[in-house]
Design a protein around this ligand. Structure first.
Ligand code: SDX
Length: 425
């Protein structure tokens, strides 16, 4: 494999170093390009641009491979808790039983939010989208934990373990509160005897007159959903977290920005868009072919399909799809019309040359909404669930930026295409 890349430009010939990743990824290092040639690279959407070197997640998009800290997602999806996988993503190793118990205890202790924060969340109007509540509340957490949100990374890192637990524990509590506030329901308080997923379901669905008891199967389905969303290298929202962190911003401000980016329908908002598409097809009683035709005519995107990196089946979609029958059976659901529509839509798209030639396969969002729908999680909470799942990844990526003494502020260049110099008079 080449050690350098030769660039011939104008009357120069330049040898650019090549960086090889631990899994064989190859990158041409252009950090000296502008200072030696005056040229910059141009890559709108960053499809060919490595923004950092990272040790957290490896994706092989052509082969449909996803690994958290070297462990295949298929193995982690088998019997690991979201808490333990979050520990792996954040700290780099699977926890020992003692570390696991200590981390879970910390998450339980940090589950409640201050009464001032409760009032802040209750200030949102009925009908507000929970993602708006979540992104603003996450940033507000920094006001309640200012000793770890000083915007001085050296100082903030001294409280990293506590900040990580606060962000993970409270994002789940705030999410459940946002669900209830926008529906005018009274808030629940976390219970110290429940694990992460069970507590989330209790916070969401318990009523003053009736405690919600999650069945092991439902809690297991939530655990799997969260675990599959825990990390995904430099996606749009994670890159946003790193961008904000690169300026020296604290963990809460950075992850709040990540929530905002995730909300977009081309990113985490796709799971909500998929369910809305399936519900429309079901309500109209048609076969959904008009969504495929609209996608082929360039009038709309087939939501839940395609991926910037995966040019093969998203391994997470495969796992969710595979766990479906077990989840439905455990929920006592014999048939799910939306699942039948999704399966028909997938089969139609995967046999259509438009999708085949562009390597457009179902991504994690195509099936994830169906699981949440079966669990009676409302559609406007789907992307919120994604944000809860992604929090350990954002924390780990923020830490990579904050703890790197050579980290520089992210400041891309541009090619100016505006008016040439002119005078006002
Ligand atoms: C997530 O990056 C991550 O890791 C994200 C994520 C994570 O875990 O963080 O995996 C989570 O965001 C998954 C993606 C969820 N989004 C959707 O399902 C929305 C629908 N998908 C598309 O909008 C699209 O596929 C993207 C946004 C996901 C990727 O966009 P790209 O890489 O910019 O794709 P592109 O525009 O380069 O597409 C190449 C071609 C184009 O056609 P041509 O110009 O070649 O004729 O494929 C077409 C696109 O029009 N295309 C689609 C399509 N996706 C791409 N056509 C119809 N339907 C689609 N879904």
């Amino acid at each position: 494999m080449a050690k350098t890349a030769t660039l011939k430009i104008d009357d120069q010939e330049l040898e650019l170093p090549v960086i090889i990743g631990s899994e064989g990824e190859k990158a041409v290092d252009v950090r000296k390009l502008r200072s030696t040639t005056g040229y910059i690279t141009y890559d709108e959407g960053y499809g060919n641009t490595g923004s950092c070197q990272s040790e957290i997640t490896y994706i092989d998009g052509e082969a449909g491979i996803l690994r958290y800290r070297g462990y295949p997602i298929e193995q982690l999806a088998e019997g690991f808790s979201f808490e333990d996988v979050s520990y792996l993503v954040i700290y780099g190793e699977l926890p020992t039983p003692e570390q696991s118990a200590e981390f879970s205890a910390r998450l339980r202790n940090e589950a409640p939010i201050r009464e001032g924060m409760v009032r802040f969340v209750q200030g949102f109007p009925r009908g507000a989208h929970p993602m708006a509540v979540l992104s603003s509340s996450l940033n507000a957490l920094g006001a309640y934990h200012s000793q770890m949100a000083s915007n001085n990374h050296e100082r903030d890192l001294k409280h990293f373990d506590e900040a990580a637990a606060i962000a993970m524990a409270k994002v789940r509590t705030i999410a459940a509160h946002s669900y209830r506030v926008v529906r005018g329901k009274p808030l629940n308080y976390p219970r110290p005897d429940l694990d992460y997923s069970e507590n989330f379901l209790h916070l969401m669905f318990s009523e003053p007159y009736e405690e919600y008891k999650a069945t092991p199967e439902v809690a297991s389905a939530i655990n799997l959903f969260l675990l599959l969303h825990a990390e995904h290298e430099q996606n749009c929202s994670t890159s946003t977290v790193r961008m904000v962190a690169s300026a020296g911003a604290n963990l809460f401000a950075s992850t709040s920005a990540g929530v905002s980016a995730l909300w977009g329908p081309l990113h985490g908002g796709a799971n909500q868009a998929v369910l809305e598409m399936l519900n429309t097809i079901h309500a109209n009683g048609d076969d959904g072919s008009r969504f495929i035709e609209a996608a082929k005519d360039g009038k709309a995107r087939l939501m839940g399909f395609g991926h910037r990196v995966y040019k093969n089946y998203d391994p997470r979609a495969k796992i969710i799809k595979g766990s479906f029958d077990k989840a439905l059976e455990s929920l006592g659901i014999t048939d799910d019309p939306l699942l039948d529509i999704a399966r028909r839509l997938e089969a139609a798209a995967l046999s259509d040359d438009y999708f085949i030639s562009r390597k457009l396969y179902p991504n994690v969002d195509f099936y994830s909404g169906l699981i949440m729908n079966a669990l009676k999680i409302p559609v406007d909470m789907f992307t919120v669930m994604f944000a809860i799942g992604r929090m350990p990844g954002w924390i780990a990526q923020w830490h990579e930026v904050a703890s790197n003494p050579k980290s520089r502020i992210n400041r891309p260049r541009q090619v100016y295409m505006g008016p040439v110099p002119r005078d006002v008079m």
